[in-house]
Design a protein around this ligand. Structure first.
Ligand code: TRP
Length: 368
């Protein structure tokens, strides 16, 4: 088993990626990609996982594959360094899932807090819960182990998935011998980046709530979301009133995004965010100034992404070639792992004819 540093992450292609995805994972992936510290970096477009609760709407998944890849490429994922691949085209993942399903109990799956929350969010009744959705943590374990990933950069909500994956790996290795790499979760260091709220202050950005800022939004839309919808401090009525920075979305976004250089460029009255916050808390700093600064910070983050996206959007053939060749490479990688797994489980009957001898002597022994 290789002692390499291998990354695997993934996304469900159910929609365009937004700022929450960017600060929570995408930006980090680009940094990890460019750090030169990893032997292999893989990003999986988890279309099969997306189908586990969208079986009646495969067109939505199909359409969003291109959106998600465009978001990756425009945010700085470089296909010469990172392999981008599509889950449904990797048959080894399906086989691994089937074997791993025997190593977890339904009781253990029911206890997975992320699954529990997602079942509730989707309003699945016990009778209406698709078995595929219920067991997707097992398929996600297949994703991770098939690439021999030891590092899995994910959001906090995915920690229970990683825990479950580690349990399956440990169980597999115990029963069949050391075969699979034990994965580790890597979550963002900056707590504000872990979960960016919606512009309206709701816990999460969500398409149905209309509280997202998408990487593909125009600058006019971004401005509208900030000026028109962004939640600040309802007690801060007059500019002179003391204000609260906690729970104030403008400051939460600044916490996640702004640097001292942004102050030097756009708001030189303050050296850094701490100074600006102090002024806001004291009173005398209006929301308009804060929002204007945030819009500048957002524009500086988003405009290069937007420009890259426009370039790639003009060459969808090239985008197709990238995921097609990434997927071909991933087929090889994941098939190698599946072969190793079948060997460890002694179900690799057709690799060579050695089992003929084994069966012959078994039958001879039975005859004696
Ligand atoms: N479940 C992950 C999410 O919803 C997506 C995902 C699928 C994933 N396969 C993965 C993440 C493998 C990390 C590793 O965000």
């Amino acid at each position: 088993m290789a002692e390499k540093n291998i990354i695997l992450t993934g996304d469900r292609p159910t929609g365009r990626l937004h700022l929450g995805h960017y600060v929570g994972s995408l930006k980090r992936r680009v940094e990890l990609q460019n750090s030169g510290k990893y032997d292999e970096i893989n990003i999986l477009i988890a279309d099969d996982q997306a189908l586990t609760d969208n079986a009646d709407n495969p067109a939505k998944i199909r359409d969003n594959i291109v959106n998600v890849v465009l978001d990756y490429l425009s945010a700085g994922i470089d296909p010469s360094k990172t392999t981008i691949c599509v889950q449904s085209a990797l048959p080894a993942l399906h086989a691994l899932t089937f074997y791993y399903l025997n190593l977890v109990t339904t009781a253990r799956l029911s206890r997975n807090p992320t699954i529990k929350a997602e079942i509730q969010m989707r309003g699945f009744s016990e009778e209406g819960l698709p078995a595929g959705f219920f067991t997707y943590p097992v398929s996600q374990t297949a994703d991770i182990t098939a690439f021999d990933a030891n590092v899995v950069p994910v959001g906090e909500d995915q920690l229970p998935m990683l825990e479950q994956a580690r349990e399956i790996v440990e169980k597999f290795n115990k029963i069949y011998g050391e075969t699979l790499v034990l994965p580790n979760a890597m979550i963002p260091e900056n707590e504000f980046q872990r979960r960016l709220p919606g512009v309206d202050g709701k816990a999460k950005m969500s398409k149905s709530l209309g509280n997202c800022i998408y990487l593909s939004d125009t600058s006019a839309t971004v401005k509208k979301q900030v000026n028109g919808k962004m939640y600040t401090d309802p007690l801060h009525l007059q500019i002179s009133d003391p204000g609260h920075t906690e729970g104030n979305v403008v400051f939460t976004y600044l916490d996640a995004l702004c640097t001292d250089e942004h102050f030097a460029e756009y708001l030189p009255d303050y050296k850094n965010l701490e100074e600006m916050k102090e002024h806001y808390r004291r009173g005398g700093l209006g929301d308009g100034v804060c929002k204007k600064f945030l819009i500048n910070v957002l524009e500086e983050t988003l405009s290069p992404i937007r420009a890259e996206r426009a370039k790639w959007a003009n060459d969808i053939g090239a985008v197709y070639d990238i995921i097609s060749s990434g997927t071909a490479k991933a087929v090889e990688t994941t098939n190698r792992t599946l072969a190793r797994v079948r060997k460890a489980m002694k179900i690799d009957y057709f690799v060579d004819r050695s089992i003929v001898k084994e069966w012959e002597s078994l039958l001879k022994k039975a005859d004696q």
